[in-house]
Ligand binder design. Structure first.
Ligand SMILES: [Zn+2]
Length: 256
């Protein structure tokens, strides 16, 4: 089986040496990894890692937590980073009203500006949304971003929210959260996602999936557990789920 971990934070030092993480991922069948990013320095570090390893790709973006520290020239910096040959998306960008680490109006402005940049550059977008679902859809609508270029990463919505995301043509990515015992609503939503729009990720070092949830540091090799859980829920085999999600990730991110 071949998997793609479409969202992992390889720049996070808690993961330990990147070559070891990549070796374990390779043994688990992870053939490609997309390093997600949260700030300008983080995006530059991700590009550096992606430059060193064939199977690693990177994004560039300002996380909603970091929106208040984006800096005046951040859009120019992002455009530069997006021009890197290993860059495949703008992200993770969006809104997080759970922590509110940045003021909400600043989060909305920085999200909208990055979405508009992604549209202009014709880049896919990895969206983070937490307790901000309505406003996230409103910003996407206001900017006029096409849903087929948008991936809702680590999706935690139930059937209603999944339906609304699918209605705008977006892709949906599931992480370890979907495997948690109390995540019945998320799994009920995952059943509704068409075979050609479902994607998987770890969000490592966060969110270790069941049955390894006790692992304090999650890592890309664990994407196999996310795949197994989703396959069971969707009444298909892990092999089929792996094929579908890998093909979808290659298409969505235009991996070569
Ligand atoms: Zn993330």
């Amino acid at each position: 089986m071949k998997f793609i971990d479409t969202h992992c934070h390889l720049t996070d030092e808690r993961l330990g040496p990147v070559e070891d993480v990549l070796a374990r991922a390779g043994e688990a069948g992870v053939v490609a990894l997309i390093c997600a990013t949260a700030s300008i320095p983080d995006s530059a570090a991700a590009a550096e890692i992606a430059g060193r390893y064939d199977q690693v790709w990177c994004t560039a973006g300002i996380h909603p937590h970091d929106a208040k520290d984006a800096g005046e020239d951040y859009l120019e910096r992002l455009e530069e980073l997006a021009g890197n040959p290993k860059n495949v998306a703008i992200g993770e960008i969006g809104l997080d009203y759970h922590y509110d680490f940045s003021p909400r109006d600043v989060q909305r402005r920085v999200f909208a500006e990055q979405l508009a940049l992604a549209c202009r550059l014709e880049k896919p977008v990895a969206v983070h949304t937490r307790e901000a679902f309505e406003d996230t859809l409103a910003v996407i609508n206001d900017v006029g971003a096409g849903g087929e270029k948008i991936l809702f990463h680590s999706f935690t919505g139930g059937p209603d929210e999944a339906g609304r995301v699918l209605d705008i043509g977006a892709y949906v990515s599931y992480s370890g959260i979907a495997t948690f015992k109390n995540a019945d609503a998320i799994r009920a939503g995952a059943v509704l996602v068409p075979d050609d729009r479902i994607i998987i990720e770890t969000d490592a070092p966060y969110l270790s999936p069941e049955p390894v949830r006790k692992m304090q540091i999650n890592e890309p090799s664990n994407v196999v557990h996310v795949a197994e859980c989703l396959a069971a829920v969707r009444r298909t085999t892990p092999e089929t789920l792996a094929e579908q999600t890998t093909a979808n990730a290659i298409r969505f991110f235009a991996l070569r």
